[in-house]
Design a protein around this ligand. Structure first.
Ligand SMILES: [Zn+2]
Length: 215
């Protein structure tokens, strides 16, 4: 496995937690200028509640939003970094810009909802141009992207997320199938804290998500 710094590792841990709780597998952290974690968040989209000030039970309850919402609105964060597991969507890019955070690092590409290509300046956001780093061109990047696909393969295999990936990133479909197959095998990769396998935790996160949405 490729090397991960502590912030990236924390993002992945939060993503696992989101999976296990039935939400989308994304975690995010905000780092200050010295690299200390000053805020954390994970997707809580399909969970009934969240610890304040995070959002839950909403299509807006994304990991990045749930990390950024903790920042003091009276301060500016040009020298801070948002680290997130998956390429951010338009909502989270907007939240990043409006929070004045000046740097973005993400691990895995999201050809369906990822929107870093949409970054543009308004007179407001141009005051804090965002430096973007990602996606990782290694196993970590592939794993994060494929986990996202695996969740939707279980949830809605004929939906738009899977369809887009079949067209654009069939390699991720293949990896996601392998992850789901691994999740069906008992006793492998057991999590020391929960006693469940990592792959099973990932798969169980998909089970808690409804199947009626369009994606
Ligand atoms: Zn988002």
């Amino acid at each position: 496995m490729s090397s991960l710094n502590s912030a990236e590792r924390l993002c992945l841990e939060l993503a696992w937690q989101a999976f296990g709780a039935g939400s989308v597998p994304v975690g995010a952290v905000v780092l200050n200028q010295t690299g200390e974690v000053v805020a954390t968040g994970r997707s809580r989209m399909y969970e009934p509640s969240a610890p304040p000030p995070e959002l839950a039970n909403s299509l807006l309850a994304h990991a990045e939003v749930n990390a950024l919402v903790a920042l003091d609105p009276h301060l500016r964060y040009e020298d801070h970094t948002l680290v997130t597991a998956l390429e951010p969507c338009p909502l989270c890019l907007g939240a990043l810009a409006m929070s004045t955070v000046g740097r973005l690092v993400y691990l895995g590409a999201d050809p369906y909802g990822g929107a870093v290509g949409l970054l543009s300046d308004t007179p407001h956001t141009a005051r804090v141009p965002v430096q973007v780093v990602g996606p990782r061109d290694d196993a970590v990047g592939l794993l994060v992207s494929a986990l996202h696909v695996a969740c939707y393969l279980r949830r809605n295999p004929d939906g738009a997320v899977v369809r887009v990936h079949r067209d654009l990133r069939p390699d991720l479909i293949s990896i996601a199938h392998n992850l789901l197959a691994a999740s069906a095998m008992s006793g492998r990769g057991r999590d020391r804290r929960t006693g469940t396998s990592t792959a099973a935790t990932v798969a169980s996160g998909c089970d808690g998500v409804g199947t009626t949405a369009a994606w």
